[in-house]
Design a protein around this ligand. Structure first.
Ligand code: PEP
Length: 251
């Protein structure tokens, strides 16, 4: 079936209020003028979610968080709960990004618990999985991605409340990307694994994004690949023109 692509911007720890608003408003203005062939989402730092949700309301641009805690409230200094994101108007939340898995030692079990919390709060969880360069060199890409998929996907996952982002760790922020056959191989493997968890119809509807150094110059080629249903974009999501050009590259 035809899956509508999703182009999601992960702003990471970038943007003060004025920059963030200008970026989101710039994308929203383009979206209103000429809707692209994709759903568009920006995931700013948590500090900007409230302002952005207000600024882009009604434009069609969705706003998401970059992480959430597995608990709904409690003694977790500095953390943000999924219902808090929902309360501000967020619709999605990224969980298990490789920078969180590395910087905060997040395990598959923790990512799964976060995704469960996201679902309970009514958010779409964008679950990130991907191998390191050493794991790829050791021929373990499909094994690692499979372990992460199985361990991070919660029991209640559906094609409506979950998006998978395949992000080879070595391609994030490096300017390097896998070859197109390598991307196709991993995406097909993820869809096959999804079939076991969501059933054939669910797997067919599940959106699987590619992430890792996607930019205007390579987006068209990557987004045209079988089983690639959009992109999770880091660096190139910080400029209106680049993010827009990637959105326009969707088939
Ligand atoms: C990311 O951090 O999710 C990402 C894909 O980053 P970049 O596009 O900068 O490689």
């Amino acid at each position: 079936m035809a899956r509508r692509p999703l182009i999601a911007g992960n702003w990471k720890m970038n943007g003060l209020k004025a920059d963030g608003l200008a970026l989101a408003e710039g994308i929203a203005a383009k979206l209103k003028a000429a809707p692209p062939p994709a759903d568009l989402l920006v995931c700013p730092p948590a500090t900007l979610i409230d302002a952005l949700c207000r600024a882009v309301a009604g434009s069609g641009l969705a706003v998401g968080g970059q992480d959430c805690h597995a608990a709904n409230s409690g003694a977790h200094t500095g953390d943000i709960a999924a219902p808090m994101l929902k309360d501000l108007g967020a619709s999605h939340v990224i969980v298990g990004h490789s920078e969180r898995r590395t910087d905060h030692r997040e395990t598959n079990a923790q990512v799964q618990a976060k995704a469960t919390a996201a679902h309970a709060a009514g958010l779409v969880a964008i679950i990130c999985i991907g191998e390191t360069e050493a794991e790829r060199d050791a021929g373990r890409t499909l094994a690692v991605v499979g372990e992460q998929f199985d361990g991070s996907l919660p029991a209640g996952a559906t094609a409506d409340n979950t998006v998978i982002a395949y992000e080879p760790v070595w391609a994030i922020g490096t300017g390097r990307t896998p070859t197109t056959p390598e991307v196709v191989e991993v995406h097909a493997a993820i869809r096959a694994l999804a079939g076991k968890r969501l059933g054939a119809a669910g797997a067919d509807r599940l959106r699987i994004l590619y992430g890792g150094s996607m930019k205007p110059s390579n987006a068209k080629e990557l987004l045209a690949l079988a089983d690639v249903d959009g992109g999770l974009i880091g660096g190139a999501s910080l400029k209106v023109e680049d993010f827009w050009a990637i959105a326009q590259s969707c088939p």
